[in-house]
Design a protein. Sequence first.
Length: 343
Amino acid sequence: MPPLLEVRNVTQIFGDRRKGETVALDDLSFSIDDEAPSFTAVVGESGSGKTTLARILLGFQQPTKGAVYYRGDDLGQATGRAQDQFRKEVQAIFQDPFEVYNPFYKVDHLLAVPIRKFRLARSRAESRDLMVDALRVVGLRPEETLGRYPHQLSGGQRQRITVARALLLKPRLIIADEPVSMVDASLRATILESLRKLNQDFGISFLYITHDLTTAYQVSDNIIVLYRGAVAETGAVERVIKDPQHPYTQLLVASIPLPDPARRWGETVVAASGSEANGGPGRGCPFADRCPYVMPVCREQAPPLYRTHPHQAVACYLHRGTETVLDGDISQAFREYAPAGAP
């Protein structure tokens, strides 16, 4: 059986050779299994290609090279019933919860539209029951939510309503692009806990896109660390965060503030050089100009993904001599899904 969603050698390049190319994604391959729900984080600094990846996975833009496959079929060629099924099974939660609302409609409208479009209810009463159930799952009180306008709700409430909207369609995958970056810190844990609950209780896979390593570690099973469109490190989140093998991942982890007054925050950060501005695929390691361990080979050819552990792979020549990931499929290093309560 083919995976729910498969990314095969996806490359996204903006610009052209004459004026200068920007590589947003460079030869990325991984898959999301339908039968083994997972929670995968995609992390990296601004400009690393996270949102570009989300847009490609949702079918909003076509990659320069490679393709995305939905249940074995090229998503770029999907039409009609296949496209509708994809829109139902793959849902999105975006960064700004206010942008998905029409301020002239009550929040009920946001929930009613997918129910009507996908014919999820046979009557108004059944439609309302679906709304009520979905709101309760995400921790909202229907009597305090329905019938109100977006501006009458907090950012955290609006974001949880978008989660409820996605849940209505019983999706197999939710792509969450920075879903808690614009809500109060006190609400982030609540929203992320709701997402994790949907993963464990309803078997929904998540692709959680974030710049926040802390929340990625808290909720994810697996992690993909991107740097300038290329995978720097990937694998089980426990291994990658607690024992990072790539110099870039080590810098990211070191940049997390710790409650230690004797430790200066950010003292290990390495500044980028001017030569990093542009570059095309296959021109060496993208981190070479910042790496304290750079070698001549790093500037000649991009490193493959070395398998440093069954659940960890690193794109760094420091690990030459170990086996490489087959065909660059980074999901080979992912940890298998373990249901809640499993050891």
